[in-house]
Design a protein around this ligand. Structure first.
Ligand SMILES: NC(=O)c1ccc[n+]([C@@H]2O[C@H](COP(=O)([O-])OP(=O)(O)OC[C@H]3O[C@@H](n4cnc5c(N)ncnc54)[C@H](OP(=O)(O)O)[C@@H]3O)[C@@H](O)[C@H]2O)c1
Length: 270
């Protein structure tokens, strides 16, 4: 069962963005089964509604609200509607994420902007939507699902890695600033997790874990109100810390120079 109900209204409330798939979906199921009332947010509302029904069948309580986390007003509206139905959020899990290869020739600027809009601004807007209430109650937990990819810029993934590095540093500053204000700040950095976002190539995804295992790790950080940075699985975190210290030439030898991520050249005009 959850450690405690911080909102004074019985079972605690957790809001999970990116709940329609992968880690977010598994986390919503896991938290609901532990007694949390769960707000489900993502764009694909039909997937959220079927998850809500699945949770209800298992005697849990969830509500579904559609929003693009990169749209500040839409997200704030959805979070407000979740809180109207379930009560104030004890936990916000800013999990929604977007991944696209970084191309060089030409630079795929639209993808870079979308990566930062979702992965960084989506986290910031998610926090904005609950922080005033948490500060007023002097209680709450903010969780950002970042990635071990934030530890090093990888060829072909510059934008994704940079967005996660930005999340890590943003959360670090918040963590220090909120130390004495009752709000726990948690940064989660998983390695490879089996979800639609991950390539199917097993050789390219060492130490991959299931979405359920990743969700369980995150749920335990929530139940224990544990702040700080949490990198897992341990062997992938160790490998990433080595890669982060490697010279560029060695990284290129290990993972390539990113040219495999480039789109195929266009057919010459007849
Ligand atoms: N899979 C991995 O190996 C791995 C490793 C480390 C970290 N992560 C991080 O874990 C988080 C979850 O990813 P996942 O692996 O579970 O991927 P996933 O299965 O593709 O799920 C991504 C989720 O984000 C939501 N989302 C994407 N863009 C959105 C937007 N603009 N507005 C609202 N929701 C949006 C998607 O919902 P809709 O499409 O319905 O909006 C979906 O629910 C991400 O932050 C990712 O970077 C993943």
């Amino acid at each position: 069962m959850p450690a405690r109900a911080g909102n004074g209204r019985g079972a605690p409330v957790a809001i999970v963005t990116g709940a329609s798939s992968g880690i977010g979906r598994a986390l919503a199921v896991r938290l609901a089964s532990s007694g949390y009332r769960v707000g489900l947010i993502a764009r694909r509302v039909e997937l959220l509604e079927s998850l809500r029904d699945e949770i209800a069948k298992a005697r849990g309580l969830a509500v579904a609200e559609a929003a693009d986390v990169g749209d500040r007003d839409a997200l704030r509206g959805s979070v407000a509607r979740v809180e109207e139905q379930l009560g104030p959020a004890d936990v916000m899990v800013a999990n929604a994420g977007f991944g696209a290869p970084t191309h060089l020739d030409p630079l795929n600027i639209d993808d870079v902007e979308q990566t930062f809009r979702v992965n960084l601004m989506g986290v910031v807007y998610s926090i904005e939507s609950v922080l005033p209430g948490m500060l007023a109650r002097r209680s709450g937990q903010i969780v950002a699902v970042s990635s071990l990819a934030g530890d090093r810029g990888m060829p072909g993934e510059s934008a994704y890695c940079a967005s996660k590095a930005a999340v890590n540093v943003y959360m670090e500053g918040l963590r220090i600033a909120l130390r004495e204000r009752g709000v726990v700040v948690t940064t989660v950095c998983p390695g490879f997790v089996q979800t639609p976002m991950t390539p199917m190539d097993a050789a390219a995804t060492p130490f991959i874990m299931s979405a359920e295992a990743a969700a369980d790790r995150i749920a335990r950080l929530i139940e224990g109100r544990r702040g700080g940075v949490h990198r897992f699985p341990r062997r992938m975190a160790l490998l990433m810390s080595l890669i982060a210290r490697m010279p560029d030439a060695l990284v290129a030898r290990l993972v390539g120079d990113g040219s495999a991520h480039e789109p195929a050249p266009a057919e010459p005009a007849p």
